[in-house]
Ligand binder design. Structure first.
Ligand code: 5GP
Ligand code: MN
Length: 338
């Protein structure tokens, strides 16, 4: 793939807004993952090095495993401090929307974000961006928003402001969104970016261990239980599914993030090329759906059509409104059509 050629008018538009900006706010989707947090904190560090006032606001708490990222303790969280987030959004003159393509992905922050008078820029790699920003840089073929953001930073002429912290954050997003460079990372150019980021003396093994290889005992036991007792396999369809009720989650003192990435595991089985996980969330009053697939099989359409969600061809999510039993009935319907 050739290096991205952004529209020069977009790049000029962003650069002139950054130069004039007094207050920049950077935000991402709810339940922020490594790519969301990595891209937000990378841009925050970069702008601060440029002498700008820049803050990161998120709809809710990032996964605990990401709190090691440089600057993570300075994130202002909407579900914890709604008033502060609203004020920052209102007063901002420039807002960056990173790693999400639709207003509803910021959950309860959507209204405050939509009402904010600032100039808005989206940098994202999810399929089908909605047009709620003044400038939209969307490249679904990119491994991660962090990879795309690296090229945006270069195109803006800000590469010289990349520091070790910025490099750590960009690497974090690229690494987590590709499962440590397993999937979605075939493009050779990705490794040119990685090579540059590594030249900032970042500790690659440390970032991997903190972000992808740290689990609580409860989380490990819950994962064991889910794979041992709850994984259903439909070999004739090449499908696996895990259903977990709130009661089961409570038994393992489930905390947000404890099941992160588990949906990938059934894909270890050679005959499984599509994996579903349904997790009851009685606080939110819904069933969270997480899906993964391999090759040409798309889970994006399934999540869009059945669960009001989306994402990528091989990794998508959504919500089901109803009971876990009803979600299972919906899943069996989907299965019968595969
Ligand atoms: P995960 O299964 O790890 O929660 O999410 C996998 C992918 O699906 C991510 O790229 C994420 O952005 C997307 N995704 C997860 N949940 C939703 C959702 O409710 N709506 C949409 N549009 N995308 C989602
Ligand atoms: Mn991403």
């Amino acid at each position: 793939m050739a290096l991205p050629r952004f529209k020069q008018s977009d790049i000029n538009g962003i650069r002139s807004r950054v130069e004039r900006a007094q207050r920049i706010v950077i935000t991402c989707h709810k339940a922020p993952d490594g790519d969301a947090i990595g891209s937000c904190l990378a841009l925050m560090s970069l702008f601060r090095r440029m002498g700008k006032v820049a803050d990161v606001v998120t709809p809710d708490m990032p996964l605990r495993a990401l709190m090691f990222a440089p600057g993570a303790n300075q994130i202002i969280v909407n579900s914890v401090n709604e008033k502060a987030v609203r004020q920052l959004l209102q007063k901002a003159d420039l807002i960056f929307c990173l790693d999400f393509n639709s207003l509803h992905r910021v959950d309860k922050m959507a209204e405050a974000l939509a009402e904010a008078p600032a100039f808005k820029v989206m940098v994202d790699h999810h399929i089908g961006p909605e047009r709620f920003c003044d400038i939209t840089l969307s490249e679904p073929e990119r491994s991660s928003t962090c990879e795309l953001l690296y090229h945006v930073i270069g195109a803006l002429g800000y590469h010289r402001f990349i520091s070790r912290e910025v490099a750590q954050c960009l690497f974090l997003g690229m690494m987590t969104d590709t499962g440590n460079f397993t999937y979605g990372s075939e493009d050779p150019e990705i490794y040119i970016v990685v090579a540059d980021l590594l030249s900032y003396d970042i500790d690659k093994a440390y970032i991997y261990n903190m972000a992808l290889n740290t689990f609580s005992a409860d989380s490990l036991r819950l994962r064991g239980y889910a794979l041992n007792s709850k994984m259903e396999i439909y070999p004739e369809k090449g499908v696996a599914a895990i259903f977990l009720s709130q009661e089961e989650l409570d038994e393992y003192r489930y905390k947000k993030g404890d099941l992160e990435g588990l949906v990938n595991k059934p894909l270890c089985i050679p005959e499984v090329t599509m994996s579903f996980m349904f997790r009851e969330d009685s606080t939110a009053g819904l069933i969270k759906v997480s899906t993964r697939s391999q090759g040409d099989r798309s889970v994006e359409e399934i999540c869009r059509e059945h669960f009001g969600g989306g994402g990528h061809k091989n990794a998508s999510g959504g919500d089901f409104h109803g009971t876990l039993d009803e979600a299972k009935a919906e899943f069996l319907k989907i299965l019968s059509n595969l």
